[in-house]
Design a protein around this ligand. Structure first.
Ligand SMILES: Cc1ncc(COP(=O)(O)O)c(C=O)c1O
Length: 369
């Protein structure tokens, strides 16, 4: 096959990067996607239907989602101008990298602990931005010394992404370490990604007056609204304009804006109840995993738990055997620091009952009661 001449213009890094794509398959328990598994009650679904029916489909939505930004700003007691919406926080990660990663005279790099949410590194590499990965400790905590070293390489990192709680480890990193990193590297923008903070009540690092090198980021995806694809961030003053320059207008659909506004104003209580049920389900999940002979369950602070199986090869075998039974979990064993590990999402009660039954079949010595 001949190669078209234009291909020499492709960014070289793209050839080595994976396409994130998951074939939709019918499953009985979906425990690999870090969603809120609890379904919305019919009363809410009906109200959403009515709201969507009122939309003018021939019109563009608000360019930046003003109403929704105002709602989120109120929750954080900040100026609505500080809030930027994205098509998921995935898109916001892209805005941050585009805005902060491009000085031709000085190749930019970012620092990320590893393992962490893969889109940080992926989105940077797509843009030709370097990625310095700093391994977590064996206990899946931040390695403060190594983080300081990495952040200070050359003229310093442009950005550092810190997910707290972290995906895929479910760990909640020491806030004092994070505060010190932020204070000692004022020339780096730290993104505090609290996508899973609803699963660690009381642990948020959000406060008014965060240092001016901090972006606070979160998403509606983990609190029952993944289908909407809405992430948001609170930016320090000097970053607001640059982020809006790189953001496409109308980047959040009218449907998503309208549904989010409705749910956040009218169904806050329902949402809280769903999250409370999910927290109870997490305890049940941890209990199920702890019964696996010779397994180590790491502390779970997000809506999933990490378990290390023994011997290490077991993780892949068990993930495959569960998949054959229609139960999807994430085989994390190829990730740094997670040899032998599975990441298992907090499902509904019914999904966890299926998991319990399957574990008895799949794992020798798993107690039947
Ligand atoms: C830590 C973290 N941040 C952000 C995201 C992306 O969320 P969104 O659905 O808003 O793009 C994820 C998704 O899994 C995540 O794990």
């Amino acid at each position: 096959m001949t190669t078209s001449e234009w291909t020499r213009h492709l960014r070289p890094a793209l050839a080595g990067l994976d396409v994130y794509d998951i074939e939709p398959v019918p499953v009985k328990a979906r425990l690999a996607a870090n969603e809120l598994a609890e379904p919305w009650p019919m009363e809410v679904v009906q109200e959403v239907g009515k709201r969507v029916a009122q939309l003018e489909l021939n019109r563009y939505p608000d360019t930046s989602g003003r109403k929704l930004r105002a709602l989120l700003a109120q929750r954080h007691a900040v100026d609505p101008e500080a809030v930027v919406l994205g098509c998921g926080s995935d898109e916001l990660i892209g805005f941050l990298l585009t805005a902060l990663g491009g000085r031709p005279s000085e190749p930019s790099f970012i620092v990320v602990p590893t393992p962490t949410f893969q889109m940080y590194g992926h989105a940077a590499r797509c843009r030709g931005i370097g990625v310095l990965e700093v391994p977590l400790t064996e206990e899946l905590e931040l390695d403060e010394t190594l983080m300081h070293e990495a952040l200070g390489v050359a003229t310093g990192a442009a950005l550092c992404f810190l997910a707290r709680p972290n995906n895929p480890t479910s760990s909640l990193w020491d806030s004092a370490v994070i505060e010190r990193l932020i204070a000692q590297h004022p020339a780096t923008v730290f993104v505090l990604d609290e996508a899973y903070i609803s699963y660690s009540p009381g642990a948020t690092l959000w406060r008014q007056g965060l240092p001016d090198n901090v972006v606070y980021m979160s998403t509606l995806s983990k609190i029952g609204l993944a289908a909407l694809r809405i992430g948001y961030l609170v930016a320090p003053p000097a970053l607001r304009r640059p982020l809006n320059v790189v953001r496409n207008p109308y980047n959040v659909s009218a449907t998503s804006q309208a549904i989010a506004e409705l749910v956040l104003t009218k169904f806050d209580g329902v949402q809280k109840a769903m999250l409370t049920r999910s927290l109870a389900a997490r305890q049940k999940l941890v209990g199920l995993l702890e019964k696996i002979p010779k397994a180590k369950v790491f502390p779970a602070h997000a809506n999933f738990a990490v378990v290390r199986l023994d011997p290490a090869g077991e993780a892949t075998r068990v993930a495959e055997a569960l998949a054959q039974r229609g139960i999807l979990v994430k085989d994390a064993s190829a990730m740094p620091r997670l040899a032998g590990c599975l990441r298992v999402g907090v499902g509904t009660n019914a999904e966890l009952d299926l998991l319990a039954k399957a574990l008895v079949e799949v794992i020798p010595g798993y107690p039947a009661t």
